[in-house]
Design a protein around this ligand. Structure first.
Ligand code: BES
Ligand code: MN
Ligand code: ZN
Length: 499
């Protein structure tokens, strides 16, 4: 989809559709008011008849409104004016875009971006309008023999800003929103692909493709022999049961001064998690194709950052393999030696994410990083703790945790702080190795993060447990592309200068 920024009166737009808001209860927004005046009170009349109350997300499409130059006028309910915040703004836009995409308009001029949103500037509104629009028209039909065609898809949106002096900021924000949306799209595509297509080798190929597209982006792919030579015994213990060879993907994007230490992102890339010998129950096991969504979000971040030519130094590490049972698979009770030298008693082979991340975190040391952030669909317990709204933010640096939470708030892709207190470490004690890979059921997402922290002592580090937010279940089943918006927003804020 294409986006442009404009400033001007709604009644003067020559367009297939002009989109204006109505507040609950029946209160016209300024742009709806202008259409109403130009049409001699036609909009007000319709509203008085009770066809549009202004309920959040409701829509009413009007044709040939006299006094205007557009073919259609779309009224969109904004809810109560004093409650019009991030969520309401995004919901209103989503309803508008959904309707536009399903009816006759190829393009439209949207005035919702002129409405005041608490705590947000015009740039925020434009960025989010673009991101929401892209997200709303997203379809994944690559695996269908005949893609269901949208008859007259929405091709172009013009977003209106209140003043001509807002145009430059608006254009910059639109570019940001579009880059984030492209990153989200890539993460969703990779996440939605089935496990028989999206293998470790496939991910490595996609990484190479991405690098070919952007000159500042380099990719290196390590294979089994090289991974072994590095001493990644923890990572390799997970891949043992699989016939699909593992990969260790290294992204490098450098576009800030050489001396600026890089941020390292680490993504869990389990392309399918059966649980291994500690096998999972059959119900819903298909969802474990999404167990590489952490990795997919790292891909998405690189795509967005490279598209924006952001002035950052960024490294991405993606350990990727399958977790399968077999005669060669790692067994409960096996002891493995990680790249750090620490030994691990694998009490449960289904706690595999932390095993592959452990070695990736150790590998990160060689970059003397500014900060390391790992992203992983790590624990079912995370879904119980924070549901599908926020990811868990665990960190050994309060400053880093705060910056990530703040970025999540700006991006409407939220994370919430979780503890890493020493008291939680006790459960990981082992009689046979330095520690075990699981503790009891209680506080499962915290003890998992505690396990990771044992491999992240040499740098500022945060762990995002995205098990609850990386995909949706039910009718709308599919990858969300989160937390690409959070991470890109954080990196761009760092670009502007940390603190
Ligand atoms: N990939 C799963 C975590 C997961 C489960 C994410 C369900 C989303 C929904 C992870 O590898 C796993 O299996 N974790 C175990 C850990 C346990 C064995 C300590 C879990 O959460 O049950
Ligand atoms: Mn598992
Ligand atoms: Zn897993």
């Amino acid at each position: 989809m294409e986006f442009t920024i404009k400033s001007g009166s709604p009644e003067k737009q020559r367009s297939a559709c002009v989109v204006v808001g109505v507040f609950d209860n029946r209160k016209l927004s300024l742009s709806a008011e202008l259409i109403d005046r130009a049409s001699n009170g036609y909009v007000g009349e319709i509203i008085r008849r009770g066809d549009m109350e202004g309920k959040l997300g409701s829509t009413l499409l009007l044709h040939n409104v006299r006094g205007t130059l557009a073919d259609r006028v779309l009224l969109v309910g904004l809810g109560k004016e004093r409650d019009f915040r991030d969520r309401e703004f995004r919901k209103a836009l989503q309803s508008a875009v959904k309707l536009l995409n399903e009816t006759g308009s190829y393009e439209a001029v949207v005035y919702l971006t002129e409405e005041k949103v608490k705590r947000r500037e015009v740039a925020w509104r434009v960025e989010h309008a673009v991101a929401v629009a892209m997200e709303t028209v997203y379809r994944f039909d690559r695996m269908k023999s005949e893609p269901a065609e949208v008859r007259r898809p929405l091709r172009k949106l013009t977003l209106s800003v209140p003043q001509r002096s807002d145009l430059t900021a608006g254009e910059k924000a639109a570019a940001r929103g579009l880059a984030i949306a492209h990153g989200v799209e890539l993460a969703r595509d990779l996440g939605n692909l089935p496990g028989n297509v999206c293998t470790p080798g496939y991910l490595a190929g996609e990484a190479a493709k991405l690098a070919a597209e952007f000159p500042e982006l380099k990719v290196e792919v390590l294979e089994h022999g090289q991974i072994e030579a590095l001493g990644m015994g923890s990572f390799l213990s997970v891949t043992r049961g699989s016939d699909e060879p593992p990969r260790f993907i290294v992204f490098e994007y450098r576009n800030a001064p050489k001396k600026a230490k890089p941020v390292v992102l680490v993504g869990k890339g389990i392309t399918f998690d059966t649980g291994g010998i500690s096998i999972k129950p059959a119900a819903d096991m298909d969802q474990m194709k999404f167990d590489m969504c952490g990795a997919a979000s790292v891909f998405g971040v690189f795509r967005a950052v490279a598209e924006l030519k952001a002035a950052v130094n960024l490294v991405g590490l993606v350990p990727t393999c399958e977790n399968m049972p077999s005669g060669r698979a790692t067994k409960p009770g096996d002891v493995v030696t990680s790249m750090s030298g620490q030994t691990i008693e694998v009490l449960n082979t289904d706690a595999e994410g932390r095993l592959i991340l452990a070695d990736a975190l150790t590998y990160a040391e060689r970059y003397e990083p500014e900060a390391v952030v790992d992203v992983a669909t790590l624990t079912g317990a995370m879904v119980i703790a924070l549901g599908h709204v926020a990811c868990g933010v665990f960190s050994n640096s309060d400053t880093l945790a705060r910056a990530l939470v703040a970025a999540g708030d700006d991006a409407y892709d939220r994370g919430w702080p979780m503890p890493l207190w020493d008291d939680y470490h006790e459960g990981l004690e082992s009689n046979f190795a330095d520690f075990a890979n699981v503790a009891g059921r209680a506080g499962g997402s915290v003890t998992a993060a505690c396990f990771l922290s044992k491999f992240a002592k040499k740098f500022d580090w945060a762990h995002l447990d995205i098990a609850g937010i990386a995909w949706r279940e039910g009718k709308e089943k599919g990858a969300t592309g989160r937390p690409v918006p959070l991470l890109v927003t954080w990196l761009l804020a760092e670009e502007a200068g940390p603190g």
